[in-house]
Design a protein around this ligand. Sequence first.
Ligand SMILES: Cc1ncc(COP(=O)(O)O)c(C=O)c1O
Length: 401
Amino acid sequence: MSLISPWRADFPALAILESQGQTYLDSAATSQKPQALIDALTGYYTCGTANVHRAQHLPAERATRAFEDARIKVARWLNASSPTEIVFTRGATEALNLLAYGLEHLIEAEDEIVISALEHHANLLPWQQLARRRGARLVVLPIDTHGMIDLEAAAGLIGPRTRLLAVSQLSNVLGTWQPLAELLPLAKQQGALTVVDGAQGVVHGRHDMQAMACDFYVLSSHKLYGPEGVGALYGRGESLLKLKHWQFGGEMVRVADLTHADFHAAPLGFEAGTPPIGSIIGLGAILDYLSKLDAAAVTGHEQALHMKLLAGLEVRDGVKLLCAPQTALASFTVEGVHHSDLAHLLAEQGIAVRSGTHCAQPLMKILGIDGAIRVSLGLYNDGVDLERFFGALDHSLDLLR
Ligand SMILES: Cc1ncc(COP(=O)(O)O)c(C=O)c1O
């Protein structure tokens, strides 16, 4: 498999970054955007904007149609059974907070909310706060030495008091796919609701909501080469009915008087206020762009890059991977070198990687470290990016040791 990315030229920022001596290896934080998205956003903003679902005039009809088309595209991308199963949010974080408020009435004192030790803060703190509000218990599934949620331990910890299981699909720190096919049914057998944080997983491959035993799945557009400020909550039809409304205002209400109001069901009932219309249309455009790519070629390219990244890290003295990642990223420490010093030197040489706790402080504590360097890949990266990274890494380590 060639390490040249046939899609690199679709992303104009990469040539500009390159001309500035920058190598972008931080796509798990946020991705660069293709021209197809820039054109869609320019097209929308140039043709005249309008609010959605509110007016009969032509710009409003056009905006509403494009907005609802985007919902259909997200539903198709996830193989949801209906576009009404897609609620637009401002990102994965907001979708998880929506769930933590929307499901609050189902959680009672002494109930158990189960998460794992490797969760991003976005899939930890909303549940931690919910547990506090309701006097419930937050149960944390341990991870094994392969960076996977320990299924044996999970079978013992998920029980009759479990009301909800919320776990990541792909770890943003370890790069490991979590064993959802085995894990989610353990919660379902107890009658619990299941939430999957797909913020990283959605970027790599297509995932079929009808095949996954989840009630809810959340994603952010900006990691998937789309605009910031928009994400989606997938909810199985019957699971969405369990949600209580959480944000109140325009367009989510059916009828209101000064003392009472009656609200729409999902999705509109959970999209209070003017949504980020342009960004949602942009998300639809990104899914069009991605749908036209050869998915097997993208996966093959990402895997080949990933193997090169791992091979290069493994032969360098003192470099220690946090675990063996399976895709798209690698997090590591270097013996005797602080991650922030290394990240600083890499940045000085134009290498954009992330260092720190990656919004997963509990995981860092368990691993006994105060942070790590994370190199993360997008479909536009190529072998030259990795060679530049390794050159800068060697130079930095020479300076630091
Ligand atoms: C696994 C995971 N979950 C949730 C999030 C939060 O996504 P956002 O900040 O786009 O809401 C991230 C972002 O890094 C993530 O990696």
